[in-house]
Design a protein around this ligand. Structure first.
Ligand SMILES: *Cc1c(COP(=O)(O)O)cnc(C)c1O
Ligand SMILES: *[C@@H]1O[C@H](CO)[C@@H](O)[C@H](O)[C@H]1NC(C)=O
Ligand SMILES: *[C@@H]1O[C@H](CO)[C@@H](O)[C@H](O)[C@H]1NC(C)=O
Length: 450
């Protein structure tokens, strides 16, 4: 109720809520539905001004204050999470992919000749599309296999820069948080290369704020080399609805340049959600969530290892990935390759969400680029596997129930695969497409049907 009181106080500072106000403009914060007005705490003006998403709007002092406060609180959390020397950040009401696009579009004005983006491969469609949408040509750098891990090929990055010419390259686009067996990029080495060749460096830190390791990599990269901006998702790191991201960096004026690129005003909803969340949790509450996530990661890791051993499989050895784990599915794959995707749909119908099965050798074309071994971050990873992650907010019960259901599914997968067939045909397709929204709708439907 203290937070609500505070929000009401902010709202009465906006002109649409002044009792004596008469509006004769084209955007006067009028809302037809009381439900909609309440859903937004009567903060109707959004954030920013036509010139700049971070600018103060005189008509809406409350909303402007909300925006400034949110950006300050979020900056503090980024420092607390490990990037101590970050200087500036802002919340954008767009998810991670579009926020990366905004960064690339800002760089375009600084490097008009450049048309390539160097991108160590990560099989996630939005980060790939973020470069296409901005109008650049991604130069895919394949990862190298070290033990079970897929790691950045630093020599290949440098060779590509020399071949293309530094001035033709917009930036290096690296990634921290990712599905095992890929591990976070070698940010320090990449940052040093970027500094040496005077090439900007944008880091996709989608769900990395929740991991001290990912944040440490960014801090180190900025210390020894060059990182221009790093982008993180609000929903993945702060347990709020999908819709926002944070763009942060070490050079205040460059981050301002990005915020000035955003045309027009923007929704205040993502800022409001994250401000409410962080005010309720406090720094200590957020730290506690980070601590619990880490503990659950160790627990998931040791329990999944036991389960893998029992089924004559292996927990892949990926010590550099602090969030995601992978367990081999060799036995299933050797019996028949459809069994792997069948396991995916079995887990699915048993309401296990987020576990991801990756068969060998699936080929997919994204924006006219064909990826061999799509989903596995490599042309031919040695085995099929299953991913599970310990993300912020996970509970011990999630892990326990998941392991129980996975154990059961693995036991029955060969025997009962046929019975699942009718459901599988829908699901296999969905699993391969990785379309989370459809998948979740379907899961509910199937759940009801069962
Ligand atoms: C979630 C995620 C993205 C961005 O997805 P959005 O839907 O745009 O938020 C990009 N890269 C990685 C690695 C991700 O996990
Ligand atoms: C910071 O960013 C500004 C604007 O993009 C740029 O002109 C300046 O050179 C940058 N400073 C450093 C130290 O990189
Ligand atoms: C896709 O690639 C083909 C073959 O390289 C080319 O002919 C076609 O124009 C491309 N399409 C787009 C949309 O880029």
């Amino acid at each position: 109720s203290t937070i609500e009181l505070f929000l009401h106080e902010l709202a009465i500072m906006d002109s649409n809520n002044f009792l004596g106000n008469c509006g004769v403009g084209e955007r006067e914060g009028r809302v037809a539905s009381g439900l909609v007005a309440r859903r937004h705490y009567r903060l109707i003006h959004g954030i920013g001004r036509s010139g700049d998403i971070s600018a103060v709007q005189p008509k809406a002092a409350g909303s402007s204050l909300l925006n400034k406060l949110t950006n300050s609180v979020v900056l503090d959390i980024i420092k607390l999470a490990g990037v101590r020397t970050v200087t500036n950040c802002f919340v954008v009401p767009m998810a991670t992919g579009m926020s990366l696009t905004l960064c690339f579009l800002t760089l375009r004005h600084k490097r008009p000749k450049a048309k390539y983006i160097i991108w160590p491969r990560i099989d996630q469609k939005s980060c790939f599309k973020s470069m296409i949408t901005a109008g650049f040509e991604p130069v895919v750098i394949e990862n190298v296999l070290e033990g079970d891990e897929l790691r950045t090929d630093i020599e290949a990055v440098e060779a590509k820069i020399k071949a293309l010419g530094a001035e033709n390259i917009l930036c290096v686009h690296s990634t921290t948080s990712c599905f095992a067996p890929r591990v976070p990029d070698r940010l320090e080495e990449l940052a040093v290369i970027c500094a040496n060749y005077d090439i900007p460096h944008i880091v996709n830190n989608a769900y990395g704020v929740q991991s001290s390791k990912c944040m440490h990599l960014i801090q180190q990269g900025a210390r020894v080399g060059r990182i221009d901006a790093f982008v993180q998702s609000l929903d993945k790191n702060f347990m709020v609805p999908v819709g926002g991201a944070i763009i942060a960096g070490f050079n205040e004026s460059f981050i301002q340049d990005i915020s000035k690129m955003y045309p027009g005003r923007a929704s205040a909803s993502p800022s409001l959600d994250v401000l409410i969340t962080l005010l309720s949790l406090g720094a200590s509450g957020y730290k506690q969530l980070l601590k619990e996530r880490k503990e659950m990661f160790s627990y998931l890791s040791s329990e999944l290892k036991k389960l893998a051993d029992n089924h004559n499989e292996r927990l892949l050895d990926t010590p550099h990935n602090p969030i995601s784990l992978a367990m081999s599915l060799k036995n299933l794959d050797e019996n028949n390759d459809a069994a792997v995707t069948q396991l995916g749909s079995m887990l699915f119908t048993r309401q296990v969400s987020g576990a991801r099965v990756v068969p060998c050798g699936s080929v997919q074309t994204v924006n006219n680029y064909t990826f061999k071994g799509f989903m596995s971050h490599a042309n031919d990873y040695p085995c099929a596997y299953l991913n599970a992650a310990s993300a912020i907010g996970i509970k011990k019960q999630d892990v326990d129930v998941f392991l129980k259901r996975l154990d059961k599914c693995l036991k029955t997968s060969r025997k009962e695969a046929k019975k699942e067939k009718s459901v599988n045909e829908i699901n296999t397709d969905l699993v391969i497409k990785g379309d989370t929204v459809l998948v979740e709708v379907c899961q509910v439907c199937i759940g009801l049907a069962l």
